[in-house]
Design a protein around this ligand. Structure first.
Ligand SMILES: *Cc1c(COP(=O)(O)O)cnc(C)c1O
Length: 382
């Protein structure tokens, strides 16, 4: 069967049949090697040194390139390592227009880059005319997270891609929250996709990893050069773990998606919950865009509860949900963005955006939804 005819679920297992082993193993073997014996002087080796490439990593990268519909994918030791590499594609003076609601670590990186001559404007990237107004002669790229972290703002990827193309900019999309199972930014016109594979792709809260996926051979060559130079490549064993996670991505995402839907609706019925941020509500401002560009809403929900005391009671009282940073794994997690992912923002900035001491973020796992609801209920009422 040709790859072009395979469905996504099949591709998660069979996108790259070249496992580069001699024994016919079902899985891609872990090639735990730093170096490879040259076949001869003036003979090209497929692999020479693991910082540049490795058979286990090549298998994983080929798989993700197919799943995202990109020209090539590169696996890094974390999502932040992937983003750092992509930012090095640009030489200052370089101006970027980025989603104002952003993963805290990405924001920290951008702030760090300011001293090197990079400049940033932050805006609701769901508002195309606002993005357009910020383009100047130094603008190199639009950077977007959709849905965004932690406010679940939705941006129209195809519309941003059209604007980027017209203005000769690159469009970079962080696809961590939905994964290619629910959203394929490159197919909608984006140039580069970033992943924290630590989250849904790996899916088991046990491995740190990241990806950059690009839409052209030209970008692939440049990213490959920088990745090899920086050396933040994903180790063979971790490649194996992420590959293993990807095999079950569709079944996990389906359950996570269902659980989030049920829990978001339940949260809405609770009087102590003042606001529920969830992209799957029909009255969400980005609902029509989500329906157009995604096949699922994902597992992320944020809430504002009535008091700081209640927020702390919930964090201390949950037993099935785990009070822990991160998201996207099989275990449901709950975090306090003010103290964790978004602790670096000024208090004024956090309050302006509603990331206050009453604000919590939930990531639904694959447990039974009624157990998750019972757990939240006992924590609310304790
Ligand atoms: C976690 C996360 C990152 C950073 O990835 P790491 O693997 O933790 O380095 C980037 N973007 C988003 C949306 C994330 O959730």
């Amino acid at each position: 069967m040709k790859k072009e005819n395979m469905q996504f679920e099949t591709l998660c297992l069979h996108a790259d049949e070249n496992k580069r082993d001699e024994w016919g193993t079902i899985n891609s073997p872990i090639c735990q090697a730093s170096t490879f014996v040259h076949k001869g002087v003036n003979v090209d080796n497929d692999f020479t040194y693991t910082r540049l490439s490795n058979p286990t990593r090549a298998h994983l990268e080929n798989t993700l390139a197919v799943l995202e519909g990109g020209a090539a994918a590169f696996a890094f030791s974390s999502g932040m390592a992937a983003l750092t590499c992509v930012m090095q594609l640009f030489t200052p003076p370089a101006h970027f227009i980025a989603s104002e609601d952003l993963y805290g670590g990405s924001l920290r990186l951008f702030n760090t880059l300011k001293s090197l001559g990079y400049t940033f404007d932050f805006v609701d990237t769901g508002d195309i005319s606002a993005v357009k107004k910020l383009i100047n002669k130094d603008t190199k790229a639009i950077y977007c997270e959709t849905p965004s972290n932690p406010l679940m703002q939705v941006s129209d990827i195809a519309a941003l891609a059209e604007l980027a193309k017209k203005s000769n900019l690159l469009l970079i999309v962080d696809n961590t929250f939905l994964t290619p199972y629910f959203q394929k930014p490159l197919k909608l016109g984006a140039d580069i996709v970033i992943h924290s594979a630590t989250k849904f792709l790996g899916g088991h809260n046990d491995t740190l990893a990241g990806f950059a996926v690009v839409n052209s051979q030209e970008l692939a060559e440049r990213v490959k050069y920088i990745a090899n130079t920086n050396g933040a490549c994903l180790a063979p064993f971790d490649c194996f773990l992420i590959e293993r996670g990807i095999k079950t991505l569709p079944v996990r995402m389906d359950r996570i998606n269902e659980n989030a839907q049920v829990i978001a609706h339940w949260l809405k019925t609770r009087k102590e919950v003042k606001k529920v941020y969830y992209a799957g509500f029909e009255d969400h401002a980005g609902y029509a865009v989500s329906k157009k560009q995604t096949t699922g809403f994902g597992g992320m929900i944020s809430i504002e509860v009535e008091s700081k005391e209640l927020a702390e009671k919930i964090l201390g009282g949950v037993k099935v949900f785990q009070y822990a940073e991160s998201l996207g794994g099989v275990e449901s997690l709950i975090t306090y963005p003010m103290k964790q992912t978004h602790a670096d923002l000024t208090e004024e900035e956090r309050n302006r955006r509603g990331i206050n001491d009453r604000f919590l973020r939930l990531s639904t796992g694959i447990e039974n939804a009624s157990d998750l609801i019972a757990d939240l209920k006992q924590a609310f009422e304790k």
